[in-house]
Structures are given as structure tokens and as C-alpha cells.
Write a protein that binds this ligand. Structure first.
Ligand code: WTA
Length: 650
């Protein structure tokens, strides 16, 4: 069994939850009186315009409603209410890749957001309930735009800037967005790059005609084409808008945002989060999981295009009135010490990143941290994938000086905020475990019938009771919502939320996440569906048929592995180059394949279903234990295995 790291006792004295007794007491409270537990939190945490009348309405399960009848505006929670006590506190410290900084106080953030909200209303006719796509680099205006939407009740959908024009188009169409907010581009690895041309390409395509307005923030001032009557420059227009704007009065269950994420089948789905439950949990987890206090500086390195950026760069830190850091560029610029330099200069207190980044910085710049003063750090966090022992120990020792707890947070786009995580003042930590569910979160590892798995046996990670920040729907596809999340697992005969992840308890009841049980892969912490990649791969004119699986990688966690059946005479190297060009075009650079294996056929059942599991076994160098005699052509497995061995040798 791995060593247990106890919380630092001095630190624990000033933590919100100071020991395991306090944690257990909260758990017990939530078990004994589930409704009362959430009622108390919602009353304490949210500044309501009007109180709710019902904590939880289960009548339409699994379409649960929380804090029904309550009125609020998320921007009042995140900005407005802080003006009394924190108007001159830094809400955001932004650092450009070139080292320039912008510090935005709560008052200035309030004005910026108001101006942008007015611009959206007055110039673009955006109203409550309209969808707005944000395709933005990591600049303060991305935050302003999200909050400006929230202020007027519009539903934002941020599309990660690394996605292609095609991926952007799909999201514009699915959400029926009225407006795209973007930037000319930004800076990466010391050079300017462009985003706006992707928007041009997306909007030129069939099916996007309804979206005929683009707001462009000037960041790098590179040349971009402007379509007369469609494209408008933010920097020119914003100065004419008033800095006063009344918040739209929103119902607890009015949608706040959509965020597209990959599932095991089909196209990415628009995960819908609503106002009250989401913001309350973003705030609660910020306060408790990172234990951020008034004078702290919190830095989450995610991109705002992912849920981690939504909940822990924007909504969570602002809801609690903290100072949040946003960085424009890559960790390797101008050298491998960039992040550590920023921690030193900004005296960052809590630092939250992904294991893939830790592995990269460990492998390529192991000695860098020792050049900087990292003594301000109190808590370190990780998210997105399991953290391996090597990376854990380096992070713990070299970044955290052996003093900071590593908070391994398990959660998903669909859960809105952390679900399973240690509490820095209370939980004894084991490397590689996200430890225990947070108070109020009824996470269990079960079989399909809801029986709890014994220690050491893999099961399905389910959340057996609804929780306030849970996904409310898949945009425009309620049937898919039910079938994706509420069809695999039951508890007491009732469908419960299944995360798609496998997990296991150790002998002390600690939860160890074992990874996805479906066809979703995790490349550098980015979640992608193999079905989505396959749909793009088969557009390649030389590929007749293909299957995509994840393959282990020491830095990225997993990489894309393509098995391709091709036309005669196609060479593997050339195929990889042209296939990756196609994947970049159709999805984005994150979907590039590291391995392409040309095979004569795919293993299929007699009914024609591709047995991806066998292909996964080969790519992961796992033994094949499954009976293959029922395959249409069982010999194909040996052939593929030989081809694989040959390619790996060469
Ligand atoms: C994986 C990211 C192990 C998991 C917030 C989940 C993790 C998926 C962890 C969600 C963790 C997330 N340990 N695996 N601490 N955190 N995952 O939607 O497979 O981008 O289902 O949300 O990432 O990815 P998503």
C-alpha cells in the first residue's frame, strides 16, 4: 500500500474543514437530511434576489430541478455583491505570453462586463435565452464575454480555441447561436497566431447562414479580413457603451451555459448547466477544496474552453470573491520555468493543473523549479486524468516543497464542479487516489444493479443522488441525455447517474479512478470520442474503413491510435501525414494520431460490429482474454498483432 500523507497540522488549524471528524460529520448530516443539507448551503452561499420555495423537485427525474422559484443573477454572485467590500481587490490578474500584465479589480470587472452586456443587447440584439458562441484565446475579454452573457441571461457556449473551423461550425449549428465572439488571435510560443479566419471558414459553410454577427476583439493586431455588415471590432464599439447595466433576473433553473463535450457515440453533445446550482457548487468547492482565503492568489492553468476553466478560472473564484490568475501562453515560453516564475512573482497560493502538464515539465525541465521561490504555495491541485507516482512525487517535492497537499480532483464537464477530492486540512492523502466524495455527493462504485463493489474490484462510478451542479440536459436532445447518463446503472430499481468511468475502492475505502469504460479517450487531459475521430478519418479518400482507440503515452496519458484499411499501394508514412492534416482540419490539432497502422481488415462480430476492445488490447499491449472464435474472421487478430509488432520494431 502506498504511503499516506497526513495534512499539516498548523495549516489545518486555519482550514475550513479541519479534520476527518468534521468531514464525517458533514457527510452524516447530508445522509440523514439530504434536502436540509443543500437548503442550508444554498441559503448561506447564494445572494438571492428572491428566495426559492422548493429545494429539489424530483417529479421529472432524471430532469431534476434545484432551488425552484429562486431568482438570482450569477454575475451579482460573482461581481455585484463584492463591490461593498472588495471593489479595489484584484478579481483577475492576467499575464500575456509577452510578460505584459493586466490587473482588473472587482469594480473594473463590473464596468467591463456591464459595457459588454450593453453592447450585446444594443448592437447585436441578444436577449435572455439566446445562445452566443465564444471562440476566444486566453485573454480577459473571454471572461468579460462569459459574464456579459450571464448578466443579460444569454447562454454562452465557449469553444476551445484549438478546435477547427468544422468543429466550430458544428457547435454554432447545434446551439443555433446568434453571435460569435472571437479575437483576431493571440500569442503562442512567442509568435502571433490567428483565430478569426476559422470563424470566417465556419460561417461560410452551409447551415450557418442564421449566424450573421461576429464581434472581434483586437489582441495581436495581425491582419484579418473583415466582412462588412457582419464583423465588428470590440475595441472600437465598447467605448460607446454605458458602464451601467441592470442584471437580468434569472430563475434558478434558467440555463447559464452550454459546453460541448465528447461522448462514446456520435457528435459532441451540448452539456447544459443552469444558474443557481452550478454557481453555488463552483463557489463551495473553491472555498473548501482549495481552501482559498481572502488574501490568496489562485491560479488554474486550464483553458477557458474547458469546464475546468469555466468553474475554476471564472465562476468559482469570482463567486467567492477571490483573485484569479489567467495566463495567455504555453508553459514552455520563453523557457521551462515560465510557470514557476509566475508563481514566484505573483506569490500564487493555490495552483491547479493537469497531470499531463506536470509530466511534461518534469521530463523536460526537472531542475527548473529549484531556481524559483515557490514558498507562497499552500495547496496544489490536479485534474483530468489519474496522476502517476513519478509525476506525483516530483510535484509534491519540487513544486510543493513536500509541504503542500496534492488535491487530486475527480469530476467531469457534466458534474459542473469537483465530486471526489481530498480536503487540504483534513484528508490523509494517498498518491493516485482522489480519496473520498465531497460532503453531499453520493458517489458510489457499484455494479449495474447498484450493489457496492468490494475493495480491490473494479466497478462503475455512479452518483446515486442528484446534486445541484449536475448537467440538466443535452442541448436539444433530452433522449440522449437520458440514454447517455441514466440508462446503465440503477439503485433501488431507480436509474442513477453513471459517469462513464470505472473505479475501485482500496482496503481503506479510498477511491481509485481506473479510467473510462466507454469509447472516450483522454489525450493530454482533453476528452475525445473515438467515434468522433473515426467519423473524420473515414473522410480520407484512401481509407476504406477505420477504427480508433486510445494508446498509453508517457506524457500525454493517451494518444490516438488509428487502424486503417486502405486502398492498394498506400504507404504508412504518407498516410499518417495526410490523415493528420485531415484530423486537424476536421477536429483540431488535439485529434492528431500518433500511430497509424495499416491493416487488411478489422475484427468484427458476425453481425458486423467492430470489436474495438480487441484493438485496444493490442494498442495497450494487453493480453487478449476474450473469446475470439465468434468473430467473422478470427485470424485477423493474429495478422494485426504481427503487423503491430513489426511497426513497433521499425
Ligand atoms: C477523467 C474534466 C482520473 C475522467 C474536469 C472523467 C479523471 C473525465 C480525473 C472528464 C481524476 C477527470 N482522476 N481521471 N482526478 N478527473 N478525469 O469532462 O475519465 O473534460 O470522466 O472534465 O476526465 O473529463 P472532462
Amino acid at each position: 500500500m502506498s504511503k499516506v500523507f497526513e495534512p499539516n497540522r498548523e495549516y489545518a488549524k486555519q482550514a475550513r474543514i479541519k479534520n476527518m471528524c468534521e468531514y464525517k460529520e458533514l457527510r452524516l448530516q447530508s445522509e440523514e437530511d439530504y434536502i436540509g443539507f443543500w437548503d442550508k448551503l444554498a441559503k448561506e452561499k447564494v445572494e438571492w434576489f428572491e428566495p426559492y420555495h422548493t429545494v429539489l423537485d424530483e417529479s421529472g427525474a432524471p430532469f431534476y430541478k434545484w432551488f425552484v422559484g429562486g431568482k438570482l443573477n450569477v454575475t451579482h454572485q460573482c461581481i455585484g455583491r463584492h463591490l461593498k467590500t472588495r471593489k479595489n481587490k484584484a478579481a483577475l490578474i492576467w499575464e500575456g505570453e509577452d510578460g505584459s500584465r493586466r490587473i482588473i479589480t472587482y469594480l473594473l470587472l463590473y464596468y467591463r462586463v456591464n459595457r459588454m452586456a450593453n453592447l450585446l443587447k444594443n448592437k447585436f440584439g441578444i436577449k435572455k435565452g439566446d445562445r452566443v458562441i465564444l471562440y476566444m484565446p486566453m485573454i480577459p475579454e473571454a471572461m468579460f464575454a462569459m459574464l456579459a452573457c450571464a448578466k443579460i441571461g444569454a447562454i454562452h457556449s465557449v469553444v476551445f480555441g484549438g478546435f477547427s473551423a468544422e468543429a466550430l461550425r458544428d457547435r454554432i449549428i447545434d446551439s443555433e447561436a446568434k453571435l460569435v465572439i472571437t479575437a483576431d488571435g493571440a500569442f503562442r510560443r512567442g509568435t502571433p497566431y490567428l483565430l478569426k479566419p476559422m470563424v470566417d471558414k465556419a460561417l461560410e459553410q452551409e447551415g450557418c447562414e442564421f449566424c450573421n454577427q461576429v464581434l472581434v476583439v483586437r489582441r495581436n493586431f495581425e491582419h484579418i479580413d473583415i466582412v462588412e455588415g457582419r464583423d465588428f471590432i470590440y475595441n472600437d464599439l465598447i467605448v460607446h457603451e454605458s458602464q451601467h447595466c441592470e442584471p437580468e433576473v434569472m430563475d434558478s433553473e434558467d440555463p447559464l451555459f452550454l459546453l460541448y463535450t465528447s461522448g462514446s457515440t456520435g457528435k459532441p453533445k451540448g452539456v447544459q448547466h443552469n444558474s443557481a446550482g452550478y454557481i453555488m457548487w463552483a463557489q463551495y468547492t473553491m472555498e473548501h477544496v482549495f481552501n482559498v482565503t481572502e488574501n490568496d492568489t489562485f491560479w488554474c492553468t486550464a483553458d477557458v474552453g474547458w469546464i475546468t476553466g469555466h468553474s475554476y478560472i471564472v465562476y468559482g473564484p469570482l463567486a467567492m470573491g477571490a483573485t484569479t490568475v489567467m495566463y495567455e501562453g504555453v508553459p514552455q515560453y520563453p523557457n521551462m520555468g515560465r510557470w514557476w516564475n509566475m508563481i514566484e512573482e505573483l506569490r500564487v497560493n493555490q495552483f491547479y493543473t493537469a497531470p499531463t502538464a506536470i509530466r511534461l515539465l518534469h521530463k523536460t525541465g526537472a531542475d527548473e523549479p529549484s531556481k524559483y521561490d515557490l514558498s507562497s504555495l499552500k495547496v496544489l491541485g490536479t485534474v483530468g486524468e489519474p496522476i502517476d507516482p513519478d509525476a506525483w512525487h516530483w510535484y509534491h517535492q519540487e513544486i510543493g516543497g513536500g509541504r503542500c497537499p496534492i488535491i487530486d480532483t475527480w469530476w467531469q464537464t457534466e458534474t459542473g464542479g469537483h465530486m471526489i477530492a481530498p480536503l487540504p486540512g483534513a484528508t490523509p492523502i494517498k498518491p493516485g487516489s482522489a480519496t473520498f466524495p465531497l460532503p453531499g455527493i453520493m458517489a458510489e462504485i457499484t455494479d449495474e444493479e447498484g450493489n457496492i463493489m468490494p475493495a480491490g474490484e473494479k466497478g462503475l462510478l455512479c452518483i446515486v443522488k442528484p446534486w445541484p451542479s449536475m448537467i440538466r440536459n443535452i442541448w436539444g436532445d433530452p433522449d440522449r441525455f437520458v440514454s447517455s447518463y441514466f440508462s446503465q446503472c440503477k439503485k433501488d430499481g431507480k436509474p442513477v447517474y453513471f459517469s462513464g468511468d470505472g473505479a475501485m475502492y482500496d482496503d481503506d475505502g479510498y477511491i481509485i479512478i481506473t479510467g473510462r469504460t466507454d469509447d472516450v479517450i483522454n489525450v493530454s487531459g482533453h476528452r475525445m470520442g473515438t467515434a468522433e475521430i473515426e467519423a473524420a478519418v473515414v473522410h480520407h479518400e484512401q481509407i476504406a474503413e477505420a477504427a480508433v482507440v486510445g494508446c498509453p503515452d508517457p506524457i500525454k496519458g493517451e494518444t490516438v491510435f488509428v487502424y486503417a484499411v486502405v486502398n492498394d499501394g498506400v504507404k504508412s508514412d504518407e498516410l499518417k501525414v495526410s490523415l493528420n492534416k485531415l484530423l486537424v482540419k476536421e477536429i483540431g490539432p488535439i485529434a492528431k494520431a500518433d500511430h497509424v497502422l495499416i491493416v487488411p481488415g478489422l475484427p468484427k462480430t458476425r453481425s458486423g460490429k467492430v470489436m474495438r476492445r480487441l484493438l485496444r488490447n493490442i494498442a495497450k499491449k494487453e493480453p487478449i482474454t476474450q473469446d475470439i472464435s465468434t468473430l467473422e474472421e478470427p485470424e485477423i487478430i493474429d495478422t494485426i498483432q504481427e503487423l503491430y509488432n513489426k511497426q513497433m520494431k521499425s
